[in-house]
Design a protein around this ligand. Sequence first.
Ligand SMILES: [Zn+2]
Length: 178
Amino acid sequence: MSETKILIVVDMLNDFLKPDGKLYCGPTAEAIVPGVVELVRKYKDNDDVILFLADAHDEDDLEFKRFPEHCVAGTDGAMVINELSEIVVGYDNHEFIEKKRYSGFFETELEDALFFEDPDLVEVVGICTSICVMDTVGGLANRDLKINLYKDLVADFDPEMHEMALKRMENLYGVNMV
Ligand SMILES: [Zn+2]
């Protein structure tokens, strides 16, 4: 039997990736878009599952005490960027999973989606490396899943935190850097 793979795409949303977005993460983040597009296409061609995690905050979300307002549920800013969403139009094997906190596991459907697929391997890309990517990868590691992280397809507005997070995920969570 062939290996079951899942791709988790973290927070590739308009507010983070577009220069006019509410919490633009900068050119380093924008630079991963073509690589993520290519990987999502590859998953689709192989009929593998793609899960898009998406920040979807309430208007008065507590997180806005720490960050400027961003990705309010239902707004354009909270949508997955067109470059990615247009690829999966009409493709059954994908899901958009909304989240209100950094971890993709907090009060979301991610756990159910993973249980249903029972993957041999979970691959992760997206932003920001030290925030939602790392917290979600921590949740995957706690569930003893085999994890590949594409180190050139994650990004952070803070380069120091980016490096720290990569190191921590590799050393503490046993993530394979690919
Ligand atoms: Zn947020």
